[in-house]
Design a protein around this ligand. Sequence first.
Ligand code: SAH
Ligand code: DHB
Ligand code: MG
Length: 221
Amino acid sequence: MINPLFGAVDNYICDLVAPEDEALEATIQSIETSGIPSISVSAVQGKFLQVLAKLCNAKKILEIGTLAGYSTIWMARALRPGGKLITLEYESKHAEIAEKNIALAGLSDKVEVRVGKALDILPKLVEENAGPFDMIFIDADKLPYAEYFQWALKLSWPGTLIVADNVIREGKVLDENESDEMVVGVKRFNKLLAETKEVTACIMQTIGAKEHDGIALAVVN
Ligand code: SAH
Ligand code: DHB
Ligand code: MG
């Protein structure tokens, strides 16, 4: 944490507008007890995703990168009646834990966890005509972020909101010589985002309970 004030303010915001219920608390607990990486979005970011999903009037949401289902639960709760969220996860262990958390949240009928490499599943979603999605959240491995964005565009329609997490990486994106593949991946993504005329896009820095990072938002024109 750069400055403890950012964490304290995040707690203040969280207590006000993003308190966790039992299912979300259990999801965080499941990450701790199973020893999977503690890289979910923060509570305030989860609530932000929920607000965005509401703003999209979302009936169909796609998520790339499930982990334990924490962001999944926040977003699925914003679905319109009869809506559906599909979330893609490579690690079967993560997917199993997520299924349990999603069930605990009472969302099993609205959420489908698909296990496999996102780059294998995304073409299948296109073939199946699973789209267009109203909101797409990219939050899996960082190296193929640009490819995920291109698939997201194929699964979109005008008004679709494409959100991508972790696109600033504590400012490491500024370093020309950075060889960390996560940073390389998000820099490629950020450049593609800027060059893509089919979207109106912005990147916001994020600071709070988690490390300094950023979130990209793109609306399909
Ligand atoms: N969105 C989650 C966090 C996701 S962490 C939340 O905020 O709660 C990133 C996840 O992407 C991890 O569970 C990881 O296993 C998964 N992942 C990594 N590579 C992947 C790939 N190629 N396809 C699908 N999922 C992948
Ligand atoms: C990592 C991935 C994430 O999605 C995140 O929010 C933070 C870190 C990672 O792989 O290190
Ligand atoms: Mg992330």
